[in-house]
Design a protein around this ligand. Structure first.
Ligand code: SF4
Length: 529
């Protein structure tokens, strides 16, 4: 469904997605090993808005992770739309500044402005909340008059559009082959209330859903538009509504059969998914190969304190092994700087990594986000610190320097090449063999796929095996894969491992932020054209 058609007025809209500050979870160091990947995931929000605009409004989409918006783009446009997360705050304000230099009206929507409208004082329109009546209002105002309003206008969604009425995101505007991962959204919201998380506050506790038919139509469209490799369900909790997840899975299985299993899926879910073998079996059949779980900490006392008791419904180690037994590698979010942390927390974390054999853990410092119970509590306790030079806005119980040093030490140790590749070796031995045996299909054996694999292999051998500085560990790992014909595992493991090793070196050397949400943004400015 599109917004009300505006046959009489035509507005040219430039949608600009800001650059990411390089982070652990955006895999920049992997891009040179691919055949032209330049950005992490296509932005769902902007592509959705682009599709929702009146059909007769021309839309240009620019992801500044791929190329900056040019003078020609700004001269073409009548209004600019921007969206992004807190980490992109400086870049979003910079896009606004550049658009205003052309006297263009600039509107901002998405998760960051919805949580913190105050971060964006220069924008002309703030779109707060999800797609809905505020969106229609914005479109109507621009249709009526595209010039800049005299003062900032804040439009808040009170009546959200039902997700079953969402149009297919305008993937045709994005060059999907330049993305590391495809992205898709089935649901919005989460029933839990972890203390640090802003999802229930922003999107509600009763997950809203698209229909399975919408999802398979989106997947069809993504394939048509050139997506390859993996598609990530960006839902904050894939099993937020377990019944809906169960309903979707057979459709995904059918879709995989129809299209020849050319894509693999990944998602985020709470660890208590381990109690749902029927869901895990469906996910295995639909070829889910990775699942991100916010384990946060292996310490049960800390989990209780942050209201994440649901992580303890099954003993953590047992839950990880269960997911592995369904062929899914676990990726884990970890938080340091919790009130319950002790001087020995770092050592315990490293023991946990060793025991769980999880290759990829995103280890962040605790950050208090607005609209969270944590923010409210720390505000009451007078423990919020607004200082852009710090890696977190939380006044930790332990000395700040000690917490940051623990983070650096954990990153430095966990991602030593030998240790990381050993954990991948474990996954290749214990997890991947449990994945569905995909039928060999002509789609997988297409020349384009073979060429892609050969290009990545060439890059890996040259850039890691010849030019890299962990050659001995690499070749030990690679020769075993080659001897066993595990070429696909070799490519997928090294792509990710190479990023983790390099990013962790930056981190342990103090060159990156310890929090994904930190205000201390490094390399943040977007070069204007
Ligand atoms: S389970 Fe995940 S999405 Fe849900 S409230 Fe907790 S951290 Fe947020």
């Amino acid at each position: 469904m599109r917004a009300a058609e505006s046959a009489e007025t035509v507005r040219r809209i430039l949608c600009v997605f800001p650059r990411y500050t390089p982070s652990f979870g955006t895999f920049e160091y992997a891009y040179p090993l691919t055949d032209g990947v330049q950005a992490f995931m296509p932005p769902q929000g902007l592509l959705l808005i682009a599709a929702y605009l009146p059909e007769n409004w021309p839309v240009r989409f620019i992801d500044e992770n791929i190329r900056p918006a040019t003078t020609e783009d700004f001269e073409w446009a009548e209004a600019v739309f921007v969206s992004g997360m807190h980490i992109q705050r400086q870049q979003m304000n910079d896009i606004c500044r550049r658009a205003h230099a052309f006297d263009l009206t600039v509107a901002i929507g998405g998760p960051s402005v919805s949580a913190c409208p105050d971060y964006y004082p220069s924008f002309d329109y703030l779109h707060v909340g999800e797609l809905g009546d505020a969106t229609n209002d914005l479109i109507a105002r621009l249709a009526h008059d595209p010039s800049r309003p005299k003062q900032q206008v804040v439009l808040k969604t009170t009546d959200r559009l039902d997700m079953t009425s969402f149009p297919l995101p305008a993937y045709e505007l994005a060059d999907l082959k330049h993305y590391f991962l495809g992205s898709i959204q089935y649901s919005s919201g989460c029933p839990y209330q972890c203390e640090f998380c802003d999802i229930p506050g922003l999107y509600g506790r009763n997950p809203r859903l698209k229909s399975p038919q919408q999802i398979t139509a989106e997947l069809d469209k993504m394939l048509e538009c050139g997506i390859r490799g993996s598609v990530y369900f960006v839902d904050d909790n894939f099993i937020g509504n377990r019944k809906a997840a169960l309903e979707l899975l057979p459709h995904l299985v059918e879709w995989q059969k129809k299209t020849g299993y050319v894509l693999r899926f990944s998602c985020e879910a709470t660890l208590n998914i381990a109690k749902r073998p029927e869901i895990l079996a469906g996910m295995r059949e639909a070829f889910f190969s990775t699942i991100f779980c916010g384990i946060e900490t292996p310490d049960p006392v800390a989990l209780k304190a942050m209201h994440k008791d649901h992580n303890m419904m099954v003993p953590i180690m047992e839950a990880i092994k269960t997911l592995n037994s369904f062929g899914m590698e676990v990726v884990s979010g970890i938080i340091l700087g919790l009130d319950t942390d002790k001087p020995e927390t770092g050592a315990h974390l490293l023991e946990f990594i060793e025991a769980s054999q999880i290759p990829l853990l995103t280890i962040n410092l605790l950050q208090a986000l607005p609209k969270t119970p944590l923010w409210d509590r720390l505000k009451r306790e007078n423990r919020l610190i607004e200082d852009e030079g710090r890696d977190s806005n939380v006044d930790f119980r332990l000395p700040y320097e000690d917490v940051v040093m623990t983070w650096r030490a954990c990153m430095g140790s966990a991602y030593q090449p030998a240790k990381l590749l050993e954990r991948y070796e474990y996954q290749i031995r214990e997890t991947y063999p449990n994945q569905i045996k995909r039928p060999r299909t002509p789609q997988q054996a297409s020349w384009a796929n073979i060429k892609l694999g050969l290009t990545m292999l060439r890059n890996i051998f040259w850039k890691v095996g010849v030019l890299g500085d962990y050659k001995i560990q690499f070749w030990k790992f690679a020769l075993r894969r080659l001897a066993r014909g595990e070429i696909e595992h070799l490519i997928s493991s090294i792509l990710v491992a190479h990023h983790l090793i390099n990013f962790a070196r930056d981190a342990s050397g103090g060159h990156t932020n310890a929090s994904y949400y930190s205000l201390k943004l490094q390399e943040a400015s977007v070069p204007a054209e």
